[in-house]
Write a protein that binds this ligand. Structure first.
Ligand code: AMP
Length: 425
């Protein structure tokens, strides 16, 4: 037998408690919160046709994809994000439903990037997609949902950065920049390489002066009115200025929604090439990284061959949110009481009755498999148990159990008939 390598493949991770529990709690809390806004769950395949992403994901995503041929020779990939799959599902199955169609998902995604802190090759995204509504109300709802979810989980220090792809796209279109060059330039801007983007654009802008692209990032404003003024000052006009006004409106509403740390940046672009309008990103101050982002993609459905359908959505990086919370000193807020039940007699029905009672009250009840009190107690304290419940011959005879509180060291004999989690010592 060749020796098996025990390390996970580069960029992949084994997750064990407490991290695995914390991440699952973050996922569950997201599901509850998204449901509370009327989004419905979907479960999408991990493997999709590469074509789905090739069309409009943008150079960064496509370069970092796991692409391979399946046994039948199909060119498939591991999904690098879930919006494209959600759009495919919408077209195939959901488009005949009454509008709006609102869905949410939590799923693993794969990107072949250079691993580093907060950057993995397999990670979890939790997101929503809102199909069939072009008004800013849908975008604003996304912000309210993000606000509530981050409050639910207790993330304290984050900033919301807002932008609008319409501004850049309008300028680039007015200079007749070909679409693939636009996508590449937007990718460079997203990476913070504005000078490179300007150099690239200059070559494809039919002699137009593209220097305004360098000016846009100067307009970073928390104040909606100042944002519009700044846009005018750097030379934004016409349809592009209308988009600045729309962005300014959303910025104003975000403040009214109680999101305090929010600003708009006219030079902000997102690498995913399907974004067409309002975009946003959530930055964790503790982590110094983006923990989520999204925006409007009104042309993706028609690019996939469907009817023109407005759409907006976002995805949160669950692993990064977890890291950001840890950085803030966070602890999981709810934890079930953990009980180790140590039977010293072979009376399965009696043990089951006790375990069932406590489980009904919400406890985690783990039955220790050996009739050994001291080994059981060592196990319980090493695994963070709250109680040990011991069942010996005397207890069975008297219809009781002996309960040890492992935190306070208090001990009591409790009758099985009156056994409840709240009644433990
Ligand atoms: P995107 O789909 O690129 O907009 O990413 C959405 C979110 O996913 C980001 O804000 C991050 O929180 C998270 N994310 C993106 N790439 C990675 C990665 N390689 N590892 C962990 N999280 C990531």
């Amino acid at each position: 037998m060749p020796k098996i390598r025990l390390e996970p493949v580069r960029g992949m991770r084994d997750l064990i408690p407490p991290e695995s529990e914390e991440i699952l709690w973050l996922e569950d809390t997201f599901r509850k919160r998204a449901s509370s806004y009327g989004y419905e769950p979907v479960i999408l395949p991990t493997v999709e046709l590469f074509k789905l992403f090739e069309v409009k994901s943008g150079p960064e995503i496509v370069r970092s994809m796991y692409v391979f041929k399946d046994k039948a020779g199909r060119e498939v990939c591991l999904r690098p994000e879930l919006t494209a799959g959600a759009a495919r599902l919408f077209l195939k199955t959901l488009q005949t439903r009454p509008r709006p169609v609102k869905i949410y998902y939590v799923g693993h995604v794969y990107r072949y990037e250079e691993p580093q802190r907060g950057r993995y090759r397999e990670f979890i995204q939790a997101g929503v997609e809102y199909f069939g509504e072009e008004g800013v109300g849908a975008d604003i709802e996304l912000l309210a949902l993000v606000r509530d979810y981050l409050a639910d989980i207790g993330l304290k220090h984050y900033r919301l950065k807002l932008g609008h792809m319409g501004i850049l796209r309008t300028l680039l279109n007015s200079w007749s920049v070909p679409e693939d060059v636009q996508d590449e330039a937007i990718h460079l801007i997203d990476k913070g390489l504005v000078d490179d983007a300007v150099r690239l654009l200059q070559k494809h802008a039919a002699g137009n002066d593209v220097s305004i692209v360098k000016e846009l990032p100067k307009c970073r404003e928390g104040d909606p009115e100042k944002l519009v003024r700044c846009g005018e000052e750097v030379g934004v006009s016409g349809a592009a200025l209308d988009y600045v006004r729309q962005l300014s409106k959303i910025l104003g509403v975000a403040r009214e929604l109680g999101i305090n740390d929010v600003y708009a940046d006219l030079g902000f672009a997102r690498g995913l090439a399907y974004y067409t309008g309002f975009i946003f990103e959530i930055e964790s101050s503790a982590l110094g990284l983006s923990v989520g982002g999204g925006g409007r993609y009104d042309t993706l459905i028609s690019l996939y061959g469907g009817p023109s359908t407005p759409a907006t959505g976002f995805a949160l990086g669950v692993d990064r949110i977890h890291l950001a919370l840890k950085e803030e000193g966070w602890r999981i807020p709810e934890r079930a009481v953990k009980v180790l039940l140590i039977p010293l007699v072979e009376n399965y029905a009696y043990v089951d009755r006790i375990a069932s009672r406590l489980r009904e009250d919400g406890a985690i009840v783990n039955v220790y498999p050996k009739p050994k009190v001291s080994a059981g107690l060592r196990y319980a304290s090493s695994r963070g148990y709250d109680y040990a419940v011991i069942v010996g011959e005397r207890e069975v005879r008297e219809g009781t159990v002996t309960v040890k509180n492992l935190r306070t060291r208090r001990q009591a004999v409790v009758s099985v008939d009156s056994l409840s989690l709240g009644g433990l010592p």
